[in-house]
Design a protein around this ligand. Structure first.
Ligand code: C2E
Ligand code: MG
Ligand code: MG
Ligand code: MG
Length: 292
């Protein structure tokens, strides 16, 4: 920009802004075609029962390979999908795929585990969400007890009665509910005793430094104690070290998830994890375990 152009004009044409906007625009355009072009895939990350080290569930995480931009992280494109409303069709694809895959694994004889699906706020608020969910369960034949929905504290911003009714309807299908990224939502805690939820997932920002001496030690201890007194299960996200795991075990955290056990892996990778203990003929399917 030349000296003559005023400050405002310069700001308006800030080339960095242009780059941000054009990438966003490109992602948005790409997202419109991505389903049809089959550019999405689901990866899966195991959830571990800390005391037994057994895989008791997994979380489905969407992956997108853009034809020109390569891998785009869901942290970047999910907000765009929400903004544009594309999350409705993408979310439905994720739900159907996750249920279908879990049902297929059960039919193939893998030990049954719960599949968790992340739910965006707009999906949760969608008018016919619950009946749509029931339909996917019926279509795929997955027993609802093997499905869990991960929602964030942001759902608590809507009218309380509305949220409770909706959660209740989901629970009545037999589906479990967990609060994702717990502790980052800046919301009041009063919803915890009113909402019919099963699990708190402690955000990995708090888990990161628990092994060192820090305030996070106290926060995580407090969350675990509070969850248990409310009869909720508690899972620690982002567990990367043995020291973190030892701390969580000492403080009676129920479940853990993180790179220490496994990164999110494609379906065939999950099959390897699930078949670490293949049941012998006539033996009851035992849950596979992980060694760390
Ligand atoms: P989230 O649901 O809290 O998922 C956990 C994120 O942490 C995932 O990132 C996962 O790969 C990552 N992670 C797991 N273990 C570790 C660890 O030990 N260390 C570190 N540094 N990271 C770990 P990802 O897959 O990039 O997803 C980011 C976010 O995007 C998710 O956060 C979720 O909010 C959203 N997302 C991902 N998949 C879906 C989806 O299918 N639907 C919706 N609505 N949102 C999704
Ligand atoms: Mg999640
Ligand atoms: Mg999370
Ligand atoms: Mg997160």
């Amino acid at each position: 920009a030349s000296k003559e152009t005023g400050k405002n004009v310069y700001t308006f044409f800030d080339p960095r802004m242009n780059m941000v906007n054009s990438r966003k625009l490109e992602l948005e355009q790409g997202l419109r075609k991505a389903l049809e072009q089959q550019e999405f895939d689901l990866y899966y990350q195991p959830k571990i029962h800390i005391r037994t080290r057994k895989i008791i569930g997994m979380e489905a995480l969407i992956r997108w390979q853009h034809p020109e931009l390569g891998w785009v992280s869901p942290g970047e494109f999910i907000p765009i999908a929400e903004e544009t409303g594309l999350i409705f069709s993408i979310g439905e694809w994720i739900m159907r795929m996750a249920c279908m895959q879990n049902k297929a694994w059960q039919s193939q004889g893998y030990p049954p585990v719960r599949m968790a699906v992340n739910l965006s706020l707009r999906q949760f608020n969608q008018e016919h969400f619950v009946s749509g969910l029931a339909q996917i369960l019926a279509e795929t034949g997955l027993d609802a007890r093997w499905l869990e929905l991960e929602i964030t504290e942001s759902i608590a911003i809507r009218n309380e009665k509305y949220v409770i009714n909706r959660l209740q309807a989901i629970k009545e299908l037999g589906v479990s509910i967990s609060i994702d990224d717990f502790g980052t939502g800046y919301s009041s805690l009063s919803y915890l005793k009113k909402f019919p939820i099963d699990t708190l997932k402690i955000d990995r920002a708090f888990v990161r430094d628990i092994a060192k001496s820090s305030d996070d030690t106290a926060i995580v201890q407090a969350i675990i104690a509070m969850a248990h007194s409310l009869k909720l299960r508690v899972l620690a996200e982002g567990v990367e070290t043995k020291e973190q795991l030892a701390f969580l075990r000492r403080h009676a955290c129920d479940e853990a998830q993180g790179y220490l056990f496994s990164r999110p892996v494609p379906a065939d990778g999950m099959e390897k994890l699930l078949s670490r203990r293949i049941p012998l003929k006539g033996e009851r399917a035992a849950k596979p375990s992980v060694s760390v």
